[in-house]
Design a protein around this ligand. Structure first.
Ligand code: PBG
Length: 345
């Protein structure tokens, strides 16, 4: 009949649409699907971001990030111990800094015994084999709520780098394994590399926030640290979400300046940028599944609109497929539990 497919009958008189390639053969069973699967998500892919504070001796829930808290020092040690037992061995710390020590120069950022540095030393003393990453940027320490020093409403690039170098060196002295500049000042990766090297920290790695966009998805993180910009926005230093090619300029510079890994942030809306960096650099690529992405999923799951486990694991897999070698995610510990269940070990 005129409008149907080109039907035939095979030798057994069964209906047959003649064709040799049938992609569904590679999907026919869990065993075959797992045999041909191109990517896997493992707990060892994750860097688990953790918020710390010392405003009180209790953990403080973060309303806009259900399931995440500002940890006390003893609680963060417990969280790390439990994560390590699940195979998550890398962490990045974000301190909430008391208002009374914030200033425009962010000097608390390189105070040797600030909360961040004390936490790093204690964690490394208790768990010498874990990888501790530390955030290099002034915003948690700035009374202006910006990543750099403010002068006349502008963010000063080179003066800020001077502070960032002191911050990175103080973190290395405390025992940080990886410093992660998230500030987006031009030239900071090379300057930090030189500062670390001249103090003997040639083994401390730099995870560069290479393509960090001026994104609305950071809102819940700024709630967590109480670090919303005091005025304006971050568009003179973070990248314009409209631009993809600009990320390649940043990647080339960070690579030449000695970055060990390149990061794209946020994650899911920027999978194309992850892929471009992967295709244009031989360095490991990290993706940051940021606070707003986490909170959107939590909110939908709380309403019963999305299956949290399936959606979260699909999202993490998509980062791998897009080219990420490393994923920073607030789901790290939970995902490691799910992976363990799936593997049945
Ligand atoms: C600050 C910093 C931010 C994040 C990581 N480091 C926020 C910002 O740039 O304002 C965001 C992470 C997240 O949203 O999960 N230098």
């Amino acid at each position: 009949s005129g409008s149907g497919p080109a039907l035939s009958r095979n030798n057994k008189s069964d209906l047959w649409v003649p064709q040799r390639s049938r992609p569904r053969r590679n999907r026919k069973s869990p065993s075959v699907r797992s045999m041909v699967r191109e990517n896997v998500v493992l707990p060892s892919d994750f860097i688990y971001p953790l918020f710390i504070h010392e405003d009180s001796t209790e953990n403080v829930p973060i309303d806009s990030m259900p399931g995440c808290v500002r940890h006390t020092l003893s609680s963060v040690l417990k969280e790390i111990e439990e994560s390590v037992a699940l195979g998550v061995t890398s962490f990045v710390l974000f301190p909430k800094v008391p208002e009374n020590v914030k200033n425009n120069l962010g000097t608390e950022a390189y105070s040797p015994d600030n909360l961040n540095n004390r936490a790093v030393s204690e964690i490394k003393r208790r768990f010498p084999d874990v990888t501790i990453c530390t955030d290099v940027a002034l915003d948690p320490y700035s009374n202006q709520g910006h990543d750099g020093i403010v002068n006349d409403g502008r963010i000063l690039n080179d003066f800020t780098i001077n502070q960032l170098c002191k911050q990175a060196v103080s973190q290395a002295r405390a025992g940080s394994d990886v410093v992660a500049p998230s500030d987006m000042m031009d030239g900071r990766v090379g300057a930090i590399r030189d500062a670390l090297d001249s103090e003997g920290f040639t083994d401390v790695s730099i995870l560069a926030y290479t393509a960090k966009y001026a994104s609305a998805y950071y809102g819940p993180f700024r709630d967590a640290l109480d670090s919303h910009p005091g005025f304006g926005d971050k568009k003179t230093y973070q990248q314009d979400p409209a631009n993809g090619r600009e990320a390649l300029i940043e990647a080339q510079l960070d690579e030449m300046e000695g970055a060990d890994m390149l990061m794209v942030k946020p994650g899911l809306p920027y999978l194309d940028v992850i892929r471009r960096l992967k295709d244009n650099s031989n360095l490991p690529i990290a993706a940051y599944h940021v606070s707003g992405e986490y909170s959107m999923l939590k909110a939908a799951a709380e309403r019963g609109w999305l299956n949290e486990r399936d959606t979260a694991m699909e999202t993490l897999m998509c980062f791998k497929r897009a080219g990420a070698d490393v994923v920073l995610t607030y789901y790290a510990k939970q995902a490691a539990k799910w992976i363990k269940e799936d593997m049945g070990y």
